[in-house]
Design a protein around this ligand. Structure first.
Ligand code: ARG
Length: 667
């Protein structure tokens, strides 16, 4: 935010509505000098053609029936199994649910609480006994203490191939050791059927992820970079989980700033229509110059205000100038998206504008809209300022657009989960919009019910000085430059390692990009998104520690083990068997199997860092527990161990994919 805090410097809504005020972010008006009429435009769809990769993914995910050659069991039932085949936690949950129903037949709806063990008593533990005992004690129960309840839960577990053994510890924790054979069988099935079979099952079928969303004619800053990276990762995680994701770029393309920009264009580029977009060149400089003109010349200001009215009234010359300005920004944004490999469909603020009056009317008819200081507002619970939905001059603002967009996404697009990725500074804005939607009955009152709207907030990006990240000139950092520098640095490091001699120029370029952009993304995603993080090239490009470089190299090393064995891994998948006799093999195998529940957790809690942590641990377990103890090439267990290497590489690649990182195969 201009003026401190961590809000993004988004453009102001019509009538210059600014949400941010000292300290908190309030929905108050600060300047109403650029007033436009409320006349709407016809829907303007600037959405680019949607992608077809989703269909591919769906095709891949469609069920296949395969029979194992080397094993006697058929995986046909597993492959078409309604529930996820690789989700250990969910499978255990089902077993414990049955047991709990027997043990606590009087207590309704006991949800099994299953977590991985922290101590070495087992792999997973069920924590229900203690709470259950407190619920049944004194009510004629046969159990004397929680431990006895735990014993009963254990004894009533149904027979299952998943569980090797179980025990009860302390006050009633039921510890379970997962069957080695089941782990190896499940990994083998994954090698044949693909990791898509390990995709989590989520409660929704369609979601909107509203992310990136920069403002036209303004710099796309580091906050937008965070939104782009986090939003893309979330979208990928949901897509992998077979959710239809509408990736929405809610660009700020409908503000009063356009009056000033258009007028400035007319004034300085009389032949703007012929020269087209090339007339403007640097849009930021253009913005600055027009703002200066606006602030210093009353007559210009007057014309700019008129221009807004004419634009919003739909006058074609104004509309044309507006689209031209939008197009320049769009090209600039696309340079960032292209580098990051991010897909977005633009439905900017202007898209929702024609729907605003209808939505406000509906809210008014419901009796939600009140008059306050000349404006029309909605009061919501536990927030002492109202949400302004129509300004005192009759114009609309950021909140009117967001309420309408929410309505549209729920009713027209039938989304069941709507996710907004912005800095935490906008938290109150979204809280108020969601609460208004609840009052209107668009969203259920309960937090856990669907349809649901969630704000995914994130913290600041800091410079090495611990202050907000800026370049030396105190200008905001240009994102394209930042990404180019990451690539240049990783290329230099590769050249230093002698890769220029070993690789083609194309290989060098591609690896430099994968590593450079991957490093920027991973440095952002690995932290809990709510914390601020320091942008530090040296740290993120370090090949040791928890960095993308380290992980990408670890993956490449695994690929090279497989290559160097000289074996045809596709053939081994069909004929070989995974054996987990060594403790290191077993630990790796179990961790591989936890992929599914980790992605599920990351989706449900909207936390990509959970996947990063899993990926880092996977790489550590592979190296420290498995590879340093278990000889692969040339050992008698070679086939099984090569398959474990391959399974690790597959899971790592899927994690990279979910984080938007391109894997490298050699280093
Ligand atoms: N354009 C806004 C900004 O730069 C972000 C928009 C987020 N999405 C939304 N539906 N409000 O701050």
């Amino acid at each position: 935010m201009e003026g401190g805090g961590n809000c993004t410097g988004r453009r102001l809504g019509r009538g210059e509505v600014h949400r941010h005020q000292e300290g908190g972010c309030l929905g108050l008006r600060v300047g109403e000098d650029l007033v436009g009429g409320s006349g709407g435009l016809s829907p303007i769809s600037m959405g680019k053609s949607s992608t077809s990769w989703k269909e591919n993914d769906l095709l891949k995910a469609s069920s296949r029936k395969l029979i194992f050659a080397a094993n006697t069991y058929s995986v046909s039932t597993m492959a078409t199994d309604e529930e996820n085949v690789g989700n250990v936690k969910r499978k255990l949950g089902k077993l414990f649910e049955q047991s709990l129903r027997t043990v606590a037949s009087d207590v309704p709806d006991v949800e099994p609480s299953i977590v991985p063990c922290t101590a070495k008593f087992g792999d997973y533990q069920c924590n229900n006994a203690m709470r259950l005992f407190s619920q049944i004690k004194g009510k004629g129960t046969e159990f004397n203490n929680p431990n006895a309840v735990g014993q009963a839960i254990m004894k009533n577990l149904p027979q299952s191939e998943i569980i090797e053994s179980s025990s009860v510890a302390g006050p009633g924790f039921v510890n379970v050791v997962i069957s080695k054979n089941w782990i190896s069988k499940t990994i083998q099935a994954m090698l044949i059927n693909g990791i898509e079979k390990w995709a989590p099952r989520l409660a929704v079928k369609r979601a909107v992820v509203d992310f990136s969303s920069p403002n036209i004619a303004k710099e796309m800053h580091v906050g937008h970079l965070r939104s782009t990276i986090i939003g893309d990762a979330l979208a990928r995680m949901f897509e992998f989980s077979n959710v239809d994701v509408l990736r929405r770029n809610h660009v700020g393309d409908w503000g009063t700033q356009f009056g000033m920009l258009i007028e400035y264009l007319f004034e300085n580029y009389p032949n703007w229509e012929d020269v087209g977009e090339t007339a403007i060149g640097d849009l930021q400089a253009f913005y600055k110059a027009s703002k200066q003109r606006f602030d210093s010349d009353a007559a210009f200001k007057e014309r700019a205000q008129q221009a807004v009215v004419r634009l919003q009234g739909g006058e074609s010359k104004y509309r044309k100038a507006w689209s031209q300005i939008c197009e320049i920004s769009r090209k600039e944004f696309d340079r960032v998206y292209q580098r990051l490999g991010v897909q977005l469909e633009e439905k900017g603020e202007s898209f929702y504008n024609p729907h605003i009056p209808g939505v406000i009317k509906a809210l008014t008819d419901l009796g939600l809209v009140e008059e306050s200081k000349g404006a029309r507002v909605i009061f919501v619970e536990k927030v002492n300022i109202p949400l302004i939905v129509v300004k005192s001059d009759g114009g609309y603002n950021y909140a009117s657009t967001d309420l309408t967009a929410l309505w549209y996404r729920l009713n027209e697009e039938k989304a069941e989960w709507i996710i907004y990725v912005t800095d935490v500074g906008q938290q109150q804005h979204f809280e108020m919009v969601f609460k208004a939607a609840k009052r209107a009955g668009w969203l259920p009152a309960s937090e856990n019910a669907y349809p649901k709207a969630s704000h995914v907030g994130f913290g600041l990006v800091l410079g090495e000085d611990g202050k907000r990240f800026r370049t030396r000139s105190t200008e905001v950092v240009r994102l394209v430059d930042l990404l180019d520098e990451a690539k240049a640095r990783s290329k230099a490091a590769l050249i230093e390692r002698g890769k220029a001699e070993q690789w083609t120029e194309q290989e060098l370029e591609q690896t430099a990009e994968a590593v450079g952009y991957g490093a920027v993304k991973y440095a952002d995603l690995k932290n809990n998104r709510l914390t601020n993080y320091t942008f530090d090239f040296d740290q993120m490009l370090n090949d040791k520690g928890n960095t993308a470089v380290y992980l990408l190299y670890a993956h490449a090393r695994i690929c090279s083990i497989i290559r160097k064995s000289g074996k045809d891994i596709e053939e081994l998948k069909k004929t070989g068997t995974v054996v987990l006799d060594h403790e290191g093999e077993r630990e790796l195998g179990l961790h591989l199997l936890q992929f599914s529940e980790v992605v599920e957790e990351a989706c449900n809690n909207l936390l990509p860092n959970v996947v990063c942590e899993y990926l880092y641990n996977l790489s550590e377990i592979f190296t420290k527990k498995f590879y340093s103890n278990c000889q692969v090439v040339g050992s008698k267990e070679e086939t099984s161990r090569l398959l474990l290497c391959e399974a690790t590489a597959i899971v790592m690649r899927k994690c990279f994919y979910l984080l938007g990182i391109v894997p490298v195969y050699k280093i």
